[in-house]
Design a protein. Structure first.
Length: 98
């Protein structure tokens, strides 16, 4: 499935709520994590949207002035951290309910 990752300044967390109000984008999978929770240095906030290509393009349009679209190695690095964080959370739930 296609995905996009955006980097925002920590003080712009309200942008995430704004993007979730869009009907098309809100129907996609949306995650936010700050750099520290992903084991990274800095105070950035990362927004990952996974789903329909049309929704990703719309998100890119809406966020072009407010966030940086990650590409290349940086996008892959941050995505790997999102996936690892999600797997870690799933393992914890398995331990609780296993």
């Amino acid at each position: 499935m296609a995905y996009a990752i955006f980097e925002l300044e920590k003080g712009k967390a309200d942008v995430v709520e704004e993007i979730k109000k869009d009907d098309l984008i809100s129907r996609q999978s949306i995650w936010t994590r700050d750099a520290a929770s992903l084991g990274m240095e800095g105070e950035e906030l990362f927004l990952k949207i996974e789903g329909d290509e049309q929704a990703l393009k719309k998100a890119e349009e809406l966020l072009k002035e407010k966030a940086t679209l990650l590409e290349g190695d940086k996008k892959e690095e941050v995505n790997a951290k999102f996936v690892a964080d999600d797997e870690k959370a799933s393992e914890g739930m398995g331990f609780i309910f296993g």
